[in-house]
Design a protein around this ligand. Sequence first.
Ligand code: PMP
Length: 396
Amino acid sequence: MIYWDHNATTAPAPAVVQAMTQALTTLWGNPSSPHAAGEAAKRALVAARATTADVLGCKPSEVVFTSGATEANHLALRGLLGAAPPSRQRVLLSAVEHAGHLKMARALAESGVAVDVIPVHPDGSLDLNAAADLLGPDVAVVSLMAANNETGVLMPVCDLAELSHRAGALLHVDATQLVGKLPFDFATLGADAVSLSAHKFHGPKGVGALLLRQGVPLQAQTQGSQERARRGGTENLPGIVGLAAALTQLGDVATQAQHTRALREALEARWLAALPSTHIWARHTPRLPGTTCLRVGTLQAEVVLQRLGRLGVAAASGAACSSGGSQPSHVLSAMGVPAEEALAAVRLSLGPSNTLTEVEQVLNHLPELLRSVLADADQAPPLTPQPAGARLPASA
Ligand code: PMP
């Protein structure tokens, strides 16, 4: 398999599997128990927290382990808002946040909280002027992803931190796609809270963290004494040990990013040469090194993915799929992309283990596999958006 879907998930590193296997077999005690098994588990938890803090540039006490980024995002938004004074009860978040995060913000709005959405420019970058206009003395928390999972576009976290703090608001950053792909340092980022998820950097699924700057008040969303009463519930020790092992084995992220970026550039150049009707979104905007979001004319994404699949490539579409239906991606829609183009979006997300040979292998064969559908598409009517729950036409 040629794995070009690193933004969806990554394979657990061998060191992660080993550390987790050991934790599952020998560290099954409850870290809160006052006996030998509990103390051994507690020691492993303390060590994993110290490693996590060391690699990510924060204090051990600033790490709150969670079940992943979704929970960390929820904890941040609800928790920071819940701890804010009554005079500050407004929330801002970007239009291109992760779908689960936007859904939660919608739930907050439905419960009566004032939630405002910061728009993005046509290239997917944040409209900082709009953010500045929306900020005011009633804003409790601003939430922004560090890098977009669909387009890879990097967001101006430091600038927004400055703007938010000037207005007296806190900044939460969803760094789920950034950690492991580009250098990350909590101490210099400027954010008050940061979410991450281990399976995006070769750790296990179902574990992540919220990094919370010391002294920032947070209302727990699950009650219990664990995680300094900020996230109740018996700790997922094998997962936490796996997360720390994944961070330890990351290596030189900056050098890996250079390799991945060069590969992505080679892929984009060859793809454009082989399939000239291709459009690449945010091509000239700072992006994650391995992410490319493109369309081949307005060929529906499933057609391209099916042909890529025949060549052994695992990739993703940009559309949100639900029960057989397909909706244009909210990210591309927020960038002003028409639905018929957004439904053609294919996301390729490369990682450091990918090679130029793979790129050449795929692009030597893909144009031939798409030739007949591209010829048909010249005469075919443009693709129209499918209602949720409706069937997509069978792939050509
Ligand atoms: N935020 C971003 C930017 C993501 O890409 C993802 C995963 N696709 C999440 C949050 C959610 O992560 P998890 O499913 O691991 O909780």
